[in-house]
Design a protein around this ligand. Structure first.
Ligand SMILES: C[S@@+](CC[C@H](N)C(=O)[O-])C[C@H]1O[C@@H](n2cnc3c(N)ncnc32)[C@H](O)[C@@H]1O
Length: 254
């Protein structure tokens, strides 16, 4: 029997955000690999083995899953959100590039999921309605100076920014430093959206101006959207405000 490796996006947390393609891929697998809390979101199926591992072990997890698939099993590796966004799909590709030749011959399939920035954006309007970029603030796999360089470039280019991995126990000061840096370039009134645990029971969304944006509002489960100078907040009576970035931009950013 020839093995297969499927890299599956689970979406941000709400089971309704799991695509039918992802549900099918999970049900068809003999073995599931992933970060423990993500595996817990997958309904149990008799005869299917589970191989949880720690969050920081993506490379080793990908290698174990590839080894298992090369023995003939149908293996699924799960990621929260989309597997191609700061997640397992790149870890699997890295292992295939640098691993045994046999891994290149494996049937490997990537199943997309709803990434956190899209789920947060959909809660509040259309902050990603014009040009935007996605950045990870984690400096585990790149130097902090590179993060700063990219923040500067994005702000100067007038891009809305979706900031993944804003803060963690081992990275306590970086997000505050990033906000200070953005205050040098952007109007103090620029809307900043904190989307915490979107699609989960403890979801919380808050909107504030860049001048007031407090790093204490973010944790590991938060996705932050920093608007561009064009991003607008529409106040509504008795309803949450809408945050959107108009489809048209009239001028080159200063
Ligand atoms: C390692 S990245 C993985 C991203 C994931 N692959 C995706 O497409 O959403 C983890 C970061 O994604 C964001 N994130 C993941 N799930 C989230 C959720 N339900 N609500 C808000 N942010 C989330 C947070 O910024 C978190 O620190």
């Amino acid at each position: 029997m020839s093995g297969r490796l499927t890299v599956v996006g689970l979406g941000p947390g709400d089971p309704r955000h799991l695509t039918p393609e992802a549900a099918h891929a999970l049900a068809a697998a003999d073995a599931l690999y992933g970060y423990g809390p993500y595996l817990d979101r997958v309904p149990a199926r008799a005869g299917q083995s589970r191989h949880p591992s720690d969050n920081r072990e993506e490379g080793a997890r990908a290698a174990m899953a590839l080894r298992h698939a090369s023995e003939g099993a149908r293996v699924a590796v799960v990621s929260g959100g989309d597997p191609g966004v700061f997640a397992m799909a790149a870890a699997v590709c890295e292992q295939i590039e640098h691993g045994p030749e046999a891994w290149r011959a494996l049937d490997v399939v990537f199943v997309p999921g709803i990434t956190a920035m899209l789920a947060v954006a959909a809660r509040i309007g259309a902050p990603l309605g014009h040009d935007f970029c996605a950045l990870s603030l984690s400096d585990n796999l790149k130097p902090w100076e590179l993060v700063e360089q990219r923040l500067d470039a994005a702000a100067k280019a007038g891009l809305v920014m979706a900031l993944y991995n804003p803060i963690s126990r081992t990275r306590p000061w970086q997000f505050g430093s990033a906000l200070d840096r953005l205050r040098r370039h952007l109007p103090q009134t620029t809307p900043v959206v904190f989307g915490r645990a979107v699609g989960r029971p403890d979801e919380h969304i808050s909107i504030m101006a860049l001048a007031e944006a407090d790093p204490a509002h973010a944790d590991m489960a938060t996705l932050v959207i920093v608007g561009s100078p064009d991003t607008r907040v529409v106040r509504r009576p008795g309803r949450a405000p809408l945050v959107y970035t108009p489809r048209a931009a009239a001028k080159v950013s200063a």
